[in-house]
Ligand binder design. Structure first.
Ligand code: FES
Ligand SMILES: [Fe+2]
Length: 370
């Protein structure tokens, strides 16, 4: 890996003195390679749904950036995950998803059990210095969390609970039931910007008054705030009190009077969780190039077909789509601006951009880790 100069960014903890991340961190191609290694291969990444690996023998293929992976439910009923690459000559072992007692490489037919161990390698007698017993798909850490399967490519990964534990407790304490949620809708958006531009934008409400006028009308902007924790942050966006006689634009409001407040989490580096009473959405932000980002939006319901949330599901999705289109335009403008010869770095609003400062500090911290 080429060595990158990272000396031009080390933001102080004090936001009022910090500068924003330099433009070249968003535009130079070498950063994505380093971020893959230091960030995406070191953090828990959602790769699929528990629903797809419920029964013994279920499997699905997936990836973390350019790394092909496979998740299985073995015969004993345990969740397992491996690099989806055959130790013979590197073909992919599992394609798509299905249910099998073994996985067979489609190239020369080597077969593996659901614990990754080699069962059969045809016509391989006489090979020296080679131990069939030792051949195995390389395992990786995997955990079920809510309706999702997460993996972590770091062999020294701490369990998910060390980062997601407090979030899980809070969600449960607020009366939401994540593990019962079922996927009902997915939308993918490909955006012409660096992934960090999209995350920066998600982490502040500063742009609400100008960029999201529809949403701004419904939110109590004075109360809007972002609380930061070690590896995640949480946004508070309470709904504005109505003036007497004023009607609510229901498109923008999910919870009715007396319902629990929604919870909005961002978990470093690229997962956003929006938790409402009877539904939850996850946004997964995936870099596909230095200036190309895939954002996957999925909506889950606890009891699809019932309840107030379900009634307004199409409205919820249409509203989210409207906000997303506004955000996409902003992010694409920003990416063009970051390439400008006239821009190097900026400053943060102390009142409104602490979440962005927190994220950018984490990126710097991870990239400079040994
Ligand atoms: S590459 Fe898998 S069997 Fe040859
Ligand atoms: Fe936005």
């Amino acid at each position: 890996m080429a060595t990158l100069d990272l000396s031009d960014y080390n933001p102080p903890f004090d936001l009022s003195r910090a500068e924003t991340m330099p433009a070249r961190w968003y535009t130079e191609p070498g950063f994505l390679e380093l971020e893959a290694e230091k960030i995406f291969y070191k953090t828990w990444q959602p790769v699929g749904r528990v629903e797809d690996v419920m029964r013994a023998g279920d499997y699905f293929s997936c990836e973390v950036l350019d790394q092909p992976l496979v998740v299985t439910r073995n015969i004993a009923g345990d969740l397992r995950a491996f690099y989806n690459v055959c130790p013979h000559r590197a073909a992919v072992v599992a394609h798509g998803r299905g249910n099998r007692k073994s996985l067979q490489c489609k190239y020369h037919g080597w077969t593996y059990d659901l614990n990754g161990r080699l069962l059969r390698a045809p016509e391989f007698e006489g090979v020296k210095n080679w131990d069939a017993q030792a051949v195995c798909l390389q395992p990786i850490a995997v955990e079920a969390w809510g309706p999702w399967v997460f993996v972590n490519l770091d062999p020294a990964a701490a369990p998910m609970a060390t980062i997601y534990g407090d979030i899980a407790d809070e969600i449960a304490a607020a009366g939401f039931n994540l593990s019962q949620m079922r996927l009902v809708e997915r939308r993918d958006y490909l955006i012409e910007c660096n992934w960090k531009v999209y995350v920066d934008n998600y982490l502040e409400g500063y742009h609400l008054p100008i960029a999201h006028p529809g949403l701004f009308k419904e939110v109590d902007y004075d109360q809007y705030r972002v609380d930061t924790y070690r590896y995640y942050s949480k946004q508070h966006a309470p709904i504005r009190e109505l003036d007497p006689g004023e009607a609510r634009d229901r498109r923008y409001v999910r919870s009715g009077e007396g319902e629990a407040d929604a919870l909005y989490y961002w978990i470093f580096p690229n997962v956003m969780l929006n938790v409402y009473l009877d539904n939850t959405s996850i946004n997964i932000i995936i870099p596909v190039g230095q200036d190309k980002t895939l954002t996957i939006f999925e909506w889950y319901f606890e009891a699809p077909g019932t309840g107030e949330g379900w009634e307004s599901m199409q409205q919820i999705i249409a509203f989210s789509d409207e906000i997303q289109q506004e955000d996409i335009e902003l992010c694409e403008w920003v990416q063009r601006g970051l390439r400008s010869k006239a821009y190097e770095t900026g400053r943060f609003s102390v009142l409104r951009e602490n979440g962005v400062h927190h994220f950018q500090s984490l990126v710097r911290e991870f990239l400079t880790q040994a």
